[in-house]
Design a protein around this ligand. Structure first.
Ligand SMILES: [Zn+2]
Length: 301
């Protein structure tokens, strides 16, 4: 994204370092992320959106050769460089490969440590550091290519997953539950605009106990009643109290608790099948510790 941008490569380095130093990494089955086929991106995005991002990338390459800038601006917060296209294909591809592996029974669940994130990417628009909606693509892929009938998306990023909502609203094969700081970036989300959405807006400075209560009251009954065959997680860790991009007060133990509740639903209804994809989380230390806590629950460590 350019110098000084919070959505930086060091985020994945911090996660990797923590998995190494904690020993958690030794217990994991690690896989490289393949590039998603264009036809699978189009399960959640318009053909023109995919083509325009590729066009922007090609145009940027020509501009750089002509001595121009190394980034193309997509919105005030979001820019791409010549490597973004491939990274975005691999972020989506990770979610798809994880979905394949989990449905095949090779893995019970998977965490995709990927950038760029995806949950602000709308059907026809890149925004908020996001280009392709990794989780929405994978959810549709599970339905369309693997024949599942009902899947759930759980989004605990501090920001509203407006892109996912844009793509899945009204698609009754998908139940999306989320909480997010409100009012906040991006505008909207306060009301659930379709019956398959459970939006839980929370004010700034909300802490773990209140969030847990809201999850118990508003997410879990809907998830239990829906009986998803598989669960996708938009795993953003920017609701952490140390994260400057949000003003909520969660700590690592809260992310572990949330993961445990999701896992219990998955064990009851989804054969344990979970694919979790990294979204936000910009304080490097808090991100690394929170991802470790999340993975420890997923992997029973
Ligand atoms: Zn976020």
């Amino acid at each position: 994204m350019g110098q000084g941008h919070p959505e930086c490569p060091e985020r994945l380095d911090a996660i990797e370092d923590r998995l190494l130093s904690s020993g958690v990494g030794d217990a994991l089955d690690r896989r490289e992320a393949p590039q998603a086929p264009i036809t699978d991106l189009e399960l959640a995005h318009g053909r023109m959106h995919v083509a325009s991002l590729r066009g922007l990338t090609d145009g940027l390459r020509e501009e750089i050769e002509a001595g121009g800038p190394h980034h193309a601006q997509v919105d005030p917060d979001t820019s791409l460089n010549v490597h973004t296209w491939e990274a975005a294909l691999r972020a989506a591809g990770a979610a798809l490969a994880a979905t394949d592996a989990v449905i095949a029974g090779e893995l019970e669940n998977a965490f995709c440590a990927t950038r760029p994130p995806g949950h602000h990417a709308c059907r026809d628009q890149a925004m908020g550091f996001c280009f392709f909606n990794n989780v929405a693509i994978a959810a549709r892929y599970a339905l369309e290519r693997h024949g599942l009938k009902r899947v759930a998306i759980v989004d605990f990023d501090v920001h509203h997953g407006n892109g996912t909502e844009n793509i899945v609203a009204g698609d009754q094969r998908i139940l999306m539950v989320s909480f997010f700081q409100h009012p906040f970036y991006p505008v909207g989300g306060a009301r659930s605009m379709a019956s398959n959405l459970v939006n839980v807006p929370v004010p700034a400075y909300t802490k773990g106990p209140e969030v847990r209560e809201l999850i118990n009251q508003q997410w879990l009954p809907r998830l239990e009643a829906y009986r998803p065959e598989m669960i996708f997680i938009s795993a953003g860790f920017d609701a952490h109290r140390d994260d400057d991009l949000g003003q909520m007060g969660l700590v690592e133990a809260d992310f572990a608790w949330i993961t445990q509740r999701i896992k219990e639903v998955a064990m009851r209804h989804s054969k344990g099948r979970i694919v979790s994809c990294l979204e936000g989380g910009y304080n490097l230390n808090a991100l690394a510790l929170s991802v470790e806590a999340h993975i420890r629950v997923l992997a029973d460590l």
